[in-house]
Design a binder for this molecule. Structure first.
Ligand code: M6R
Length: 364
């Protein structure tokens, strides 16, 4: 039941501090120094490549994971949406590990992609929320995300638990491939284990986010920008907004702004910038200035140092708690979800059952 919340989506957003702890408890050791469980069982040391396949929000989780696998494990990663992957008939080999990510475990395209790839690869693993699902049953190894039932059509807590599971896999891959030592693993695992606390703190920003959503709700179009692992978050933020509020939104890599989307910027088109203060932050600030110079209004989601460094100019600043840059794509999912939720709720939309959408897409 929804309890104190008006919608299942809100309930599920607010469950993230709790359910993230379930996934962390499963994939991290009790001392919070190492990855354990199925995440550590995948033979990434015998692989030349990881192929990550999913649809929708689960695909964006894979897109974030690509950054982690490449950086932490020096493992080349290919990502694709399931509907494209299978019809492309991509060359696969026994040196590939394939990973299929699906909340429901019943998405027809993802299941078909798994059936296509499994006989050709070293291992076909599934990352699922429903352990008795078809995708879990048919994979060589099923990894639960432990988010509990997700009712809202817009995926929220499943996304962050998919990310936690994929992060644990990327760390384990780094260890097996000799790209991370025990100390580096302990640091990354320590950063992950902070998430329940950080998420609870981020959710306390809900009133500020609701105020920013009032502006978003008036727009016809919204741009989302992010760099590095925050780029897939921009894609996910835009998907969430369009699914439940029916406002047109697009996510871009910040550096792509001047290659086209900047033509859309005007005072009526808000730009949501998702940027913790990291090595790429200064470049993002100059992208923001380009938007502001054209009369664009900015909602900046950042941390205290980012808010300070960005200076004046952003119409709204949503301050996230300070976190290790490794976990920022997980933490910053929460304000993106809340922004979409409040915009849709303010517009009186059917948040849990948006028009034209089904919770699980079992036809191709
Ligand atoms: O059950 P799955 O994770 O396989 O579903 C994949 C997509 O259909 C799903 O993530 C969809 O994009 C959501 N409605 C996003 O909020």
């Amino acid at each position: 039941e929804k309890g104190e919340h008006k919608h299942f989506m809100a309930k599920e957003i607010f469950e993230q501090p709790t359910v993230s702890a379930y996934a962390l408890g499963h994939y991290l050791n009790a001392e919070r120094t190492a990855v354990r469980g199925e995440a550590a069982d995948i033979p990434f040391d015998e692989a030349d490549r990881a192929v990550l396949v999913a649809c929708g929000t689960a695909h964006y989780a894979c897109h974030v994971a690509k950054y982690w696998f490449e950086r932490l494990a020096r493992l080349p990663v290919e990502i694709d949406v399931a509907s494209e992957f299978r019809y492309r008939e991509p060359p696969l080999s026994r040196r590939d590990v394939a990973v299929f990510v699906s909340q429901s475990g019943e998405t027809a395209d993802t299941l078909a992609a798994l059936r296509h790839a499994r006989p050709q690869v070293r291992m076909a693993a599934a990352v699922v929320n429903v352990p008795e699902s078809s995708i879990a049953r048919e994979a060589d190894l099923a990894m639960p995300i432990l988010a509990g039932p997700e009712i809202g059509v817009a995926s929220t807590k499943a996304f962050t638990n998919q990310l936690i599971t994929l992060a644990a896999m990327a760390i384990a891959a780094g260890r097996r491939r000799g790209a991370l030592d025990a100390e580096a693993e302990a640091r990354l695992v320590g950063a992950l284990s902070e998430l329940p606390r950080l998420m609870a703190e981020a959710l306390r920003r809900a009133p500020e986010i609701e105020a920013a959503a009032a502006r978003i709700a008036q727009a016809r179009d919204v741009l989302y920008l992010g760099r590095g692992p925050m780029y897939p978050l921009a894609l996910e933020g835009a998907l969430k907004l369009k699914e439940i509020s029916y406002i047109h939104a697009e996510g871009y890599a910040s550096g792509e702004l001047k290659h086209g989307p900047i033509a859309l910027v005007d005072p009526q088109t808000p730009t949501v910038v998702m940027a913790p203060r990291d090595a790429l932050f200064d470049k993002t600030v100059s992208n923001m200035q380009e938007v502001m110079a054209r009369g664009g209004r900015i909602v900046l989601i950042t941390d205290a140092a980012g808010a300070e460094a960005a200076g004046e100019g952003a119409e709204r600043v949503i301050r996230m708690p300070d976190c290790d840059p490794f976990v920022a794509p997980i933490l910053y999912a929460l304000p993106a979800q809340l922004l979409a939720y409040h915009a849709a709720a303010l517009l009186g939309k059917d948040v849990d059952q948006p028009r034209n959408l089904a919770k699980s897409v079992t036809v191709e």
